[in-house]
Design a protein around this ligand. Structure first.
Ligand SMILES: Cc1ncc(COP(=O)(O)O)c(C=O)c1O
Length: 394
């Protein structure tokens, strides 16, 4: 299907569907009349096969307690193998009702109050909350920013681990909001530091399928770094929800290769959550893994075009804006500071451009003056956002 036909079939409006992104602007931003480019979900309908699978299930009309069928495991295992060369074993897999829920539970299960938990900032803000809300010590290491290309400051990471008795590192891979896909070399170095200092690792890989240029920057799961050398200290969390736009169906995975850690998880998870599976989430997830690859490739092509559109528009009309290199995720990170004082960024984007974004300071106190813009949308929304930003800068 060509791009225009895909957009015609799948792009949709979401007002008046109880959408957080579109229908909560008044409560979240105090202004219902903004162009919503925030929350990480899409304006694209799910693959046709997912709609069909859900319709069949709905037609049956019963939603009693359910089990995970073998075919779900198989679909997930095949997806990980064919898309990412990861050999997932069935007994490593547990289910959750969302990745953030699992982060909260895992912080509790893997650490004690007061333990140091390391995150690399700027990062998806629930990482901060999962640590602080559980009364663990938040330890941050700032990523290095070289004109929008972000890298890890390994010396700082090591210093912080040693100084704070860090027990757990939460990795974001690909990294929301800076758009990096961490290479095997970077992950090997980071995980080796964790190994040296006996630090456990959670790798949040919810954006794993959102590879913007797979040939240049392929996603590598922490599970396959150095042929699985670090798997004994690793828990991966992922889901079909970002990839296939099914976040509200509440189905996610917790992958625990180490049998002792798995036992610890199984023994303790019931203290936080008795919910096991979402039947509609698994019906949708299975259909998506089985039949959604082509749809995903089309969506990725649109995201790539949207990103290039922003890049070329800004390069021509506001060349001092710095748009981070987008390797993974559909969330682009824009540095406004050459034109707008950091403390005025919110007023600029919201009150002058009338766009709802995620603000830099949500991801790190040091990042006022940055905004995160969601590109998984109809190109006309991206064009409108770019037009407003350029016009207001002029
Ligand atoms: C890195 C990361 N983890 C988790 C989530 C949310 O996951 P869930 O909706 O499954 O809680 C997001 C959503 O944007 C995210 O970016």
């Amino acid at each position: 299907m060509d791009k225009a036909a895909f957009i015609k079939q799948y792009a949709t409006t979401r007002q008046h569907t109880d959408s957080l992104k579109w229908d909560a602007l008044q409560t979240r931003y105090g202004d219902a009349d903004l162009l919503p480019m925030w929350v990480a979900d899409m304006e694209f309908k799910v693959p046709e096969a997912v709609t069909q699978a859900l319709q069949e299930r709905v037609a049956h009309g019963v939603y009693g307690y359910s089990i995970t069928p073998d075919s779900y495991y198989q679909a997930l295992i095949n997806w990980q193998k064919t898309r990412h060369c990861v050999d997932l074993q069935r007994d490593w897999i547990r289910f959750g009702s969302g990745v953030v829920n699992s982060l909260y539970a895992l912080v509790n299960i893997l650490t004690q109050p007061g333990d140091g938990v390391l995150i690399l900032t700027p990062v998806y803000y629930p990482f901060f909350n999962a640590v602080r809300d559980n009364h663990r010590q938040l330890v941050t290491s700032e990523l290095r920013n070289d004109q929008g290309h972000y890298t890890i400051d390994f010396d700082d990471v090591e210093r912080k681990i040693k100084a704070n008795e860090v027990r757990l590192f939460i990795q974001c891979s690909p990294h929301n909001p800076v758009g990096r896909i961490w290479t095997e070399a970077e992950q090997t170095r980071l995980l080796a530091l964790c190994e040296r200092y006996h630090v456990l690792v959670i790798s949040d890989e919810i954006h794993q399928d959102l590879e913007i240029d797979r040939a240049a920057h392929p996603f590598q799961s922490a599970l396959s770094v150095a042929d699985g050398r670090f798997n004994d200290r690793l828990i991966v969390v992922n889901a079909p929800s970002k990839t296939f736009n099914i976040a509200s169906l509440l189905n996610s995975h917790i992958i625990i290769p180490n049998s002792e850690l798995r036992q610890r998880y199984d023994d303790q998870i019931g203290r936080f959550s008795q919910t096991e599976i979402s039947v509609l989430g698994q019906v949708a997830g299975k259909a998506a893994y089985q039949s959604g690859a082509e749809w995903l490739d089309q969506v990725l092509a649109i995201i790539r075009d949207n990103y290039h559109y922003l890049q070329t528009t800004f390069a021509a009309q506001a060349p001092k804006l710095v748009l981070s290199e987008l390797q993974g995720t559909y969330l682009t990170w824009l540095d406004l500071r050459a034109y707008v004082q950091p403390e005025n960024a919110k007023a600029f984007i919201q009150d002058r451009c009338h766009i709802a974004v995620d603000f830099g300071e949500w991801f790190s106190p040091a990042d006022k003056g940055f905004v995160r813009i969601n590109l998984a949308t109809d190109p006309k929304n991206v064009q409108e956002a770019a037009k407003r930003i350029v016009a207001c800068l002029a």
